[in-house]
Design a protein around this ligand. Sequence first.
Ligand code: NAP
Length: 335
Amino acid sequence: MKSREVQLVSRPPGMPTRENFRVVEKDLGYPGPGEVLVRNLFLSVDPYMRGRMRDRKSYVAPFGLERTMTGGAVGQIVESQVPGLFPGEHVLSDFGWREGFCCAGDEVTPLGELQASPSAYLGVMGMPGMTAYTGLFGAASLKDGETVFVSGAAGAVGSIAGQIAKIKGCRVVGTAGSAEKVRYLVDDLGFDHAFDYHDGDLRRQIRDGAPEGVDVFFDNVGGELLQAGIGAMRESGRIALCGAISMYNDTEPAPGPTNLPRTIGLGINIRGFLVRHYRHMRDDFLRDVGGWLIDGQLTYRETVFEGIESTPDAFIGLFTGANIGKMVVRLDEGD
Ligand code: NAP
C-alpha cells in the first residue's frame, strides 16, 4: 500500500501557510511479525500543533523539518501480524498526517465496538472532549448550578465544555467569532447567552450574560478575552487556562492582562492545565461523556475537509475560525 503524507518543510514565523508543508508519497510495504498495517480514515488537526512548529523547548518536542507531521488519527487495520488485532478493527494512533502506516501492535489503541462515528474519537470522545471534561471538573472544580463563561465556545473543546456545564445545571455564557457560531451556541447547544467577540466591549457583553459575575471561566483564547474574563469573575471563582489561541501566531510576546491584581482580593484561582495532567479521570470521562452522547444530552459537530492534500488548509483554518466543532480531515477511503 502507498501512503501520501504531509511534512513540515519550514517553520512559520507567524500565520502558517501552505508553503510550510509538502505532500510526499511512501511505500508502506507489508507488516512484519508483531506489526499491523493501518489505513487512516480521519486525521486530526489541533491548535497545539502550532506550538510544535516552533524550534523552541516546550512541554513537547518541536516537529522535525522534512518529517511527517504527527498527531491523532483514526484508521482501520488492513493487515495484522499481531494476535488479537484483526483486519477491519478501528484504531486510534498518533502517527499523524498520513494515509496509512505500518507499526508495532502496541503503538495503536483499538477502539473496540464504536459508540460514535470513527471521527468522534478525535473530538468529543477523544482528546478535545476529555480536555473539556477535565478542565471543568479537574482544573476548575465545577459545581452544579454555577455561572460559567467559555471563550472559543464553538470549537471542539469549547462546544463540549459549554454543554457539559449546561448538563450540570449551570448558567453558560459563550463567545465565538461569527453570528453563525453565536446562533449555534444559543439555538443548538442551549447556551444562555452568547456573543461575537468582534462586536467590542467584551466586559459588557459578558456582564449581559452573567450579571452576577462568573464562577468558572474556561479560557481557550487568552489575550483580550482573558483580560475581559478576569474582569467578570466573582469571589472564589476559578479560571481554567486551557489555551491561548489568539497568541499562537504572535511574532512578539503579547502584553499580559493588566487586571491580575483583581484576582487577589476576590480569591480567584487561576490554573493552567493539560489534559494529560488528568489521565486518572479517563474512565470517568468515557463513562459520563459516552453516556450523555447516547442519551442525547450532548451533541457534537464537525467541520470536515476532504483528502490528505487539504490537511494544511484544515490546520490553517483553525486560526481563521473556519470550523464549527471539531476540525477533521476525511481521507479518500473514509466513510
Ligand atoms: P477549536 O476551538 O476547535 O478551533 C480553534 C478556534 O479558535 C477557531 O475555530 C476560532 O474560532 C478560534 N480562534 C482562532 N484564532 C482566534 C483568535 N485570534 N481570537 C479568538 N479566537 C480565535 O480548537 P480546539 O481544539 O477546541 O482548541 C481550543 C483551545 O484549547 C486552543 O487554545 C487549544 O490550544 C486548547 N487546547 C488545550 C488542551 C489542553 O490540554 N490544555 C487540549 C486541547 C486544546 P472563532 O471563530 O470563535 O474565532
